[in-house]
Ligand binder design. Structure first.
Ligand code: BEZ
Length: 258
């Protein structure tokens, strides 16, 4: 899923074909979150960071009336190609007013570093009694990958942390923000979810960590991705060349009081 303000904010590009090849698991693993949302036929639902709409479609299949928003024009086009109502919007500046029974978000909020602005926009978008159900990268997410990336950049004299596009909060941090805005938090927890990748670690890096790879010249990026992959091989790759990402999810359900 996609940075809040589109590609220019982070240097991360969202190529729907590359995403479909390397990131289909993001939607495939979203089923428990859909169950937590428990969409009902006829409900108005906002899918915040809908990406190419793979999971939005699952909500529509349950009879909900779904609007998807995403920062990436390319991903919005891919979602529209599925026949979905998808719109380009900045997740940190949502401008819906009491329009939805629920706001749903899978694997997108960690690209939106202005968490309080996101929560404000979700609050405004919800009707009284509306639910905010989401999953994102949480504290400790991809810590091995991040450490290897930052170390490889540091060996080149580059401070990768300065461009970090990701926000992986603890449950305590996110609960405090939700409650400060007035939400009732029904559940919030970290879930360790080592995630098998469909390809190599270099593919994951190219798909999701472009902000960091772009700190070196184009001709040096493949070597950087290879160096990071080799550093991760002992911990993230098995003898059959199957790669795993060290994902930790923060999953929560909150409610705007009626
Ligand atoms: C995640 O879903 O946890 C994630 C995706 C892209 C970059 C970093 C983390």
């Amino acid at each position: 899923m996609t940075p809040a303000a589109g590609d220019s904010a982070t240097g991360q590009r969202w190529d729907p074909e590359r995403y479909a090849r390397n990131a289909r698991f993001v939607a495939d693993l979203g089923a428990p979150l859909v169950e937590l949302l428990a969409p009902r036929p006829g409900e108005a639902i906002l899918d915040l960071g809908c990406g190419d709409g793979a999971l939005t479609e699952a909500l529509v299949a349950r009879g909900a009336l779904v609007v998807g928003v995403d920062g990436s024009a390319e991903q919005v086009a891919a979602a529209r190609a599925r026949g979905l109502d998808a719109r380009q919007a900045d997740g940190e500046a949502l401008d819906f007013e009491a329009a939805f029974d629920a706001v749903f978000s899978n694997a997108a909020l960690h690209w939106m570093r202005k968490a309080d602005a996101v929560i404000d926009g979700v609050w405004r978008a919800l009707r009284p009694g509306g639910r905010f159900v989401a999953e994102m990268g949480g504290a400790g997410n991809v810590v091995g990958i991040r450490t290897a990336l930052l170390a490889a950049l540091e060996r080149r004299g580059i401070d990768g942390q300065a461009v970090n596009p990701w926000y992986f909060p603890s449950p305590e941090d996110y609960r405090r923000r939700l409650e400060a805005r007035g939400f009732e938090v029904r559940s919030i927890a970290l879930i360790d979810r080592p995630t098998p990748l469909p390809g190599a670690m270099a593919d994951w890096l190219e798909t999701f960590a472009e902000t960091f790879l772009k700190l070196v010249p184009a001709e040096a990026r493949a070597a950087l991705a290879k160096e990071v992959s080799e550093a991760l091989r002992p911990s993230h790759c098995d003898a059959e060349e199957r790669w795993t990402a060290d994902y930790v999810r923060l999953r929560f359900s909150a409610r705007k009081p009626a």
